[in-house]
Write a protein that binds this ligand. Sequence first.
Ligand code: GLN
Length: 484
Amino acid sequence: MHRQTLAALSRGLAERRHSSVELTRHFLDRIAAHDPGLNSFITVTTESALTSAAEADKRRSAGEAGPLLGLPLAHKDIFCTTGVRTSCGSRMLDNFVSPYESAVTARLAAAGMVMLGKTNMDEFAMGSSNETSFYGPVKNPWDTTRVPGGSSGGSAAAVAARLAPAATGTDTGGSIRQPAALCNLTGIKPTYGRVSRWGMIAYASSLDQGGPMAQTAEDCALLLSAMSGHDPRDSTSLAEPVPDYTATLGDGLQGLRIGLPKQFFGAGLDAGTERCVREAIAVLEKLGARVIDVDLPNLDLSVPAYYVIAPAEASSNLSRYDGVRFGHRCANPQDLTDLYERSRSEGFGAEVKRRILVGTYALSAGYYDAYYLKAQQVRRLIRDDFVRAFRDVDVIAGPVSPTTAFRLGEKTSDPLAMYLADIYTLAVNLAGVPGMSVPCGFDGGLPVGLQLIGNYFSEGKLLNVAHRYQQETGWHTRIPEAYA
Ligand code: GLN
């Protein structure tokens, strides 16, 4: 059962080949057997999963027939889930049981989906390797000496090892696309404002966006159709109507204009990764697409701009963790300052502290104009680059990550090296456009991802291109041997 896509499992439920309880038990058993070696889950919600599965089976017997009804999935532990610990990968929230449900998890639950548990992640989604988690690093199922990527590394490893058929993720600067690429999954970061951020723990609010991580573009389309939509509780949520993303998956690619920015193929890109990405583009050309050179002249500035803006917003968002109302509180505080200082020093890990320091510095009087304001101006230039490029092309293609999965510990002592690994993903968040990752080959036994970037609200087009590519290729169907 675990070798099937969400779409196939959905057909199985409709044709009564399996029940939701059977499916859910199967994946819970796989988590019990395989997760100790991967560390992809922080919390497994065995009992509530079986209860919601039984409810889904009842709804189906009563005649309901939604495509997601009864399908299990895992949620990144950044989404608040009522009555369940929501840790965000941090000691600060290790004891936090959410009193309310996030919009994303509520929508998927209303569609009848069954939550298997909450997945491991970099602390407060800050990282590219899942090594900043309070709960320890996640291992990549393709090679357990390597990172799964981050920050949605737990979701990626869980789906890659088929401990869950799909999962949710969030992407502030690449955290859906990069782990998807490093673990051979399909993932999409929607247009900023497409998916409600309500109940999704904030990292950098002007960049954060939730989205699906799954085996195929078709599965992502099913999930994104259910996750998207206007939410008055998120003031940046957009009222744009939500199409059925599955309806346009099969559209032909004749005449599709694919832009290749030279900035995506310069120094720093691994030769093996480049080969796979170029072969993927050749497949799209065979399907009728036309390749056009485009220029994203400010792409290089996305690393410095992002690593000012994201920490600035994080330093503000994380000020709410003060040891007073919820989360970690130090023992025997002497006074209020002592309570703040020790609760925060004990509750946050090293990378989170680094970001708070950088962000507070960039926002402080005297430095605001030089750093924060300048970064916002650069952000505008990056957005303008995309707007200009999308006058000539329908999608932009390139790599997701400059290399395949690196070794655990390889970059932990060098934050700059870690930040530079985000070079191809950050600009998409700064501009707010949608981007996705699609499996496109292997280099040295490790998966490589093709990145597809589209104009605002072109999720349907991206999923369509990815789906047609997946009908021609088999990369996305590969499962690591130990988990087959
Ligand atoms: N690696 C980037 C960071 O550390 C992006 C993380 C994310 O998208 N949440 O900020």
